[in-house]
Design a protein around this ligand. Sequence first.
Ligand code: MG
Length: 195
Amino acid sequence: MPLDTSLSAGRPQKFSVCVFDVDGTLLDSDAALLEPFLALGVPAAEVTFGHVLADECARLGIDVADYLAAYRIGQAEPYPGVPEVVARLDRWAVCSNKDGPAGRAELDFWGWHPTVALFADDFGGPKQLGPVLEALGVIGDEVLFVGDTAHDRTCATASGAGFALAGWNPRAVPVAGDIVLDRPADVLGLLDNLN
Ligand SMILES: [Mg+2]
């Protein structure tokens, strides 16, 4: 059955603010995230993505500090087209389960300066969109959250935000109701705050 990728009834055709997940959405990060686990002896098949690092490390029996010592900032590169999209955004945000210091260093590495960027240490657990919207001073209807996982979709739904799936990540699985984006530039057509 074809998926319904249209905007749901009543929702504005354009959003004023875009919030992005980082790993698997802005950054093609699976290999970079996997590498420390492999170095610490975890088989690749046991590693999953999209979780709070501390939770995944606990599940796999790895010390977070050991993981972070082996993680290389800047190894994961942006998906093609992402830097050009970010450069067009006046006001945007990041909502990520990434380790806070590593996530902020990653944004600095790529020269990205979102209006708001919240990571795992800001949420004290799995990320939520609410604190990001509060920091931006916007309500859910104004916001498009772009992510690659079911948890990202849940975050958007819980805050009344639109959800767009980063379809450029082959690991992202669409469900009915998603706005599925084929390439990062498709985000721009859904926003009304472009530079
Ligand atoms: Mg992700």
